[in-house]
Design a protein around this ligand. Structure first.
Ligand code: AMP
Ligand code: ZN
Length: 135
């Protein structure tokens, strides 16, 4: 499969690995938003949040916490974004599930912001029903 993260996991292309266990690796992002920007990647290829199983997802977030704790301690940073993109419209560029751990510092270049859209009350009720019914 032509997947850059599978190639990294297989050792076919190099990476800056900071953590590895049976199910995951964590590597430094090659185009980091800030120093310490880390990606948590399952060794098994899941395309996105819809494909990954709950157990693997839980392990991934537990590792994200370990990495966040380590960044806090080692880089002396306690402002961190944990992000995960699914689909091109959401900014996913590598179609192998991964969690971003992004350390934040004063006046950095990271922009994670939206302006609110207005939604009328009937629509909100409908959205609530739709989501509740489909969980
Ligand atoms: P996303 O946009 O959420 O799919 O994130 C993909 C991330 O992978 C981006 O932040 C890229 O900078 C990063 N990336 C792409 N290629 C590599 C690579 N070879 N090694 C490490 N990180 C990479
Ligand atoms: Zn893959």
């Amino acid at each position: 499969m032509d997947c850059i993260f599978c190639k990294i996991i297989n050792g076919d292309i190099p990476s800056n690995k900071v953590f590895e266990n049976d199910n995951f690796i964590a590597i430094l992002d090659a185009f980091p938003a800030n120093e310490g920007h880390t990606l948590i990647i399952p060794k098994k290829h899941f395309e996105n949040i819809f494909e990954i199983d709950e157990e693997t997802l839980k392990e991934g977030y537990a590792i994200a916490k370990k990495i966040a704790n380590s960044i806090k301690k080692s880089l002396n940073i306690d402002n961190i974004n944990i992000l995960q993109n699914n689909g091109a419209l959401a900014g996913q560029t590598v179609n192998h599930f991964h969690i971003h751990v992004i350390p934040r510092i004063e006046n950095d270049n990271v922009i994670i912001k939206s302006s609110p859209v207005s939604i009328d009350n009937d629509k909100i009720k409908q959205i609530i029903e739709n989501i509740k019914e489909n969980i």
